[in-house]
Design a protein around this ligand. Structure first.
Ligand SMILES: Nc1ncnc2c1ncn2[C@@H]1O[C@H](COP(=O)(O)OP(=O)(O)OP(=O)(O)O)[C@@H](O)[C@H]1O
Length: 213
């Protein structure tokens, strides 16, 4: 057996399913994502993309199946150390400024080695807004601050729910650069999209969710 064949995937879903009112939202799903890969999760409105990412992140309990990281099942409560979730809501504190938010979250969630809030803000183009309160930010600025938080996270696996929403062209390129760097660093990313997608030039698999009638 070759060495690569013996390395378990960074993330694997086995028989993963989720029901609402006894009706399936998705699943059962089986898929793998290896280190260095992106998984593009596609599907129309209501197909279950956000629900799947929330289940993987441990924010929702699945109705069946397991989530494995590096070949071993990982309980919901333990996923935060491995997975960083970028959702529709920015999850930022409105009355703190940009730098205070990043420092608060770094204390809470840990921080990538040798990363600082200042450097992450510069990466996302917010260096001159370090002391702007979140409640005074535009939707795109909040998204960029969420991306800075993602960049600081030590988690190898990124769960990105519509990461391009509210971003201008430069912001879209920024997301793609970040995803590429994360994959080159041995991480992986799941990215949801409705279809239109400025694919970053990375090794990408696809998972298509069909809306349940
Ligand atoms: N909190 C909730 N309570 C009840 N039903 C919900 C809830 N959140 C989502 N749903 C339902 O679950 C299904 C999947 O929703 P989900 O948000 O995962 O879809 P999606 O693929 O991310 O959609 P979109 O592309 O519109 O963001 C939908 O039918 C939706 O109405």
């Amino acid at each position: 057996m070759s060495e690569s064949a013996s390395v378990p995937p960074l993330l694997a879903a086995r028989g993963l399913c989720f029901l609402r009112d006894a009706r399936p939202v998705f699943g059962p799903l089986d898929f793998d994502v290896a280190a260095g890969e992106a998984l593009l999760v596609q599907g129309g409105n209501g197909a279950g993309k956000t629900t799947l990412l929330r289940v993987l992140a441990g924010l929702l309990e699945p109705d069946g199946g397991t989530v494995e990281v590096d070949g071993a099942p990982v309980a919901r409560a333990m996923r935060a150390g491995t997975m960083a979730y970028l959702g529709h809501l920015p999850g930022l504190k409105a009355d703190l400024d940009a730098i205070e938010n990043l420092e608060f979250l770094a204390r809470l969630q840990g921080c990538r080695a040798s990363q600082t809030a200042e450097r992450a803000l510069a990466l996302v183009g917010l260096a001159s807004h370090a002391h702007l309160l979140v409640r005074q930010m535009s939707a795109g600025q909040k998204k960029r601050l969420s991306l800075a938080r993602l960049w600081m996270s030590p988690a190898p696996l990124w769960l990105l729910d519509e990461p391009y929403a509210n971003l201008d062209l430069q912001g879209i390129e920024l997301v793609n650069r970040m995803v590429r760097a994360q994959l080159e660093d041995g991480g992986a990313a799941l990215v949801t999209t409705h279809g239109a997608y400025a694919a970053p030039p990375v090794r990408t698999r696809e998972l298509v969710l069909d809306a349940v009638a």
